[in-house]
Design a protein around this ligand. Structure first.
Ligand code: HEC
Ligand code: HEC
Ligand code: HEC
Ligand code: HEC
Length: 393
């Protein structure tokens, strides 16, 4: 009986996923659009709007530099080593980008923070990325909101961040629209050196693997910053949730969209269902956990087990990276190594840190794709170990 029930549940789940799977489409650009604000939808969609407002409750912030002391050294040469706050709710994006204590020169930092900038890029083109930060701030009305995911339609999913469409090409149409809506921001990106435009370091789903991303950065010899003591040209990975969840080894990638696990279906007082726009962990939603219970009777324990393993290794390898940084700095200062010898160590350091960072800055702490997490940590550790053997102290 239990087995039949489980099978029925799985079938139902697969059918629901198929019915709701909608293909992603990109917005028209150059139309001179004015953003319809979140509050303007409050009357039309009161339940969605109320759940959206709830994001203000996700307000806790942890200082990663205090939590992970090694990043003061590992990120030396960029401002993240002074203050690096943990992520919190969408409600706070503008506040957080303006008060990080890190300098922002250009408006491109608003890319994942406010629809006002998204619309600006869509209206004016890539030149908008080079507007001075303070000038753009004067035009910002709100944090991440309806326009980012729905354009001005109010309920259809539309990709408004066109760099995602550019990276996906024809594959965009095959991508689940709900997942695409999150992939607009929860991705690895860089600022193109000439235009300062937000650009994704791949041009297909297959090229989203960390190996391919690293190769992409190698080919263009890209660096986000240079460590002042070691001379290592570092790549700062951002939040690669999309690449990790959709990557090789992901158990649920073809079955669940980001929204399936992060936006619960809720019921209002009149008994009507709607999609909650309170974006939180699935472990904070009873109804999502109930929908997984047939296979994960203790989702929380299961997830925490995966995370604890990933966390332990991430800290251990991060500490090794700190040691490598300090030893390499000493080696540089000693003046007894040739540039060639130093460059060989620098290159291993650069690559090892890239794989480590790919895990460290991913927000699920291993839960989205534990196989890929392990693969990246293995690669990071091997590269760092090899670098350490080249330093003769
Ligand atoms: C326009 C950009 C943007 C889009 C689109 C977006 N996010 Fe976010 N999201 C962010 C930013 C930026 C943060 C971090 C906010 C902060 O800390 O100030 C964040 C934070 C979050 C958090 C909170 C993390 C925490 O530690 O509390 C969750 C959960 C989340 N997003 C899920 C989603 C999901 C699911 C989608 C798709 C339905 C999505 N986001 C789409 C930009 C975006
Ligand atoms: C199969 C379910 C599942 C899917 C699908 C999924 N996630 Fe997650 N996500 C999780 C779990 C589990 C965690 C860890 C939650 C925790 O630590 O409490 C998580 C954590 C996160 C966090 C950090 C939230 C927090 O509160 O710390 C963000 C942001 C996030 N996911 C974004 C995404 C994005 C973007 C996608 C799609 C590309 C996605 N997730 C797809 C299960 C999922
Ligand atoms: C980060 C992306 C994102 C933002 C921001 C966002 N939505 Fe949504 N919205 C979604 C997703 C994903 C769905 C899910 C389902 C679908 O339609 O496939 C959805 C569904 C909806 C629906 C369909 C009805 C329902 O309850 O499922 C409405 C209406 C809606 N959103 C309104 C809004 C409004 C109004 C705002 C601003 C207050 C907003 N959304 C902001 C991503 C977003
Ligand atoms: C039909 C059964 C089934 C359902 C339903 C299901 N899962 Fe899973 N899930 C699995 C299996 C099997 C694995 C792989 C377990 C392993 O690797 O040990 C898994 C793995 C996971 C992982 C870890 C992924 C990784 O890379 O290690 C997470 C997180 C997860 N599921 C979350 C969810 C959430 C959230 C839901 C509900 C929305 C859900 N699952 C629904 C069967 C299911």
């Amino acid at each position: 009986m239990k087995k039949i029930l489980m099978l029925a549940l799985c079938m139902l789940m697969i059918v629901t996923v198929c019915v709701s799977a909608q293909a992603a489409t990109a917005t028209q650009t150059g139309t001179g659009v004015t953003v319809i604000k979140a509050a303007d939808w409050a009357e039309t969609y009161p339940d969605v709007y109320a759940s959206y407002e709830k994001n203000a409750e996700n307000k806790d912030i942890i200082d990663h530099v205090e939590e992970y002391p090694m990043i003061a050294t590992v990120y030396e040469g960029m401002a993240f080593n002074k203050f690096y706050g943990s992520a919190r709710g969408h409600y706070y994006t503008v506040q957080d980008v303006t008060s990080t204590g890190r300098p922002h020169a250009l408006a491109n930092c608003f890319t994942c923070k406010t629809p006002d900038f998204t619309a600006k890029v869509n209206n004016e083109g890539v030149s908008a990325y080079q507007i001075p930060f303070e000038d753009m701030l004067a035009e910002v009305n709100e944090s991440v909101s309806c326009y980012n995911c729905h354009a001005n339609t109010g309920n259809e999913l539309v990709v408004t961040h066109t760099y995602l469409a550019d990276a996906m090409g024809e594959e965009l149409a095959g991508l689940n629209a709900e997942t695409a809506s999150c992939a607009q921001c929860h991705v690895e990106y860089y600022f193109a050196p000439e235009t300062k435009a937000v650009t994704l370091p791949y041009d297909s789903m297959a090229a989203m693997h960390p190996d391919a991303i690293l190769e992409y950065f190698e080919e263009m010899q890209f660096a986000d910053y240079t460590n002042p003591r070691t001379g290592v040209k570092q790549i700062k990975v951002q939040h690669p949730e999309f690449e990790t969840y959709m990557g090789k080894g992901s158990v649920h990638a073809s079955q669940f969209s980001c929204a399936d696990c992060h936006m619960e279906k809720a019921t209002n007082a009149a008994g009507e269902t709607y999609t909650s726009h309170y974006w939180v962990s699935p472990l904070a939603s009873e109804s999502i956990q109930a929908s997984c219970a047939a296979c994960h009777p203790d989702l929380s324990g299961f997830v925490k087990g995966i995370q604890a393993k990933a966390e332990e290794r991430t800290v251990a390898i991060g500490t090794k990276l700190e040691t490598l940084t300090n030893q390499l700095a000493d080696a540089v200062a000693a003046g007894t190594y040739t540039e060639e010898e130093l460059d060989a160590i620098r290159q291993l350091n650069r690559k090892g840190q890239f794989y480590w960072d790919f895990v460290f800055v991913e927000n699920s702490e291993g839960a989205h794709n534990s196989r890929l997490t392990t693969e990246c940590l293995d690669k990071a550790e091997a590269l760092i170990d090899e670098a350490l053997t080249l330093i003769k102290l």
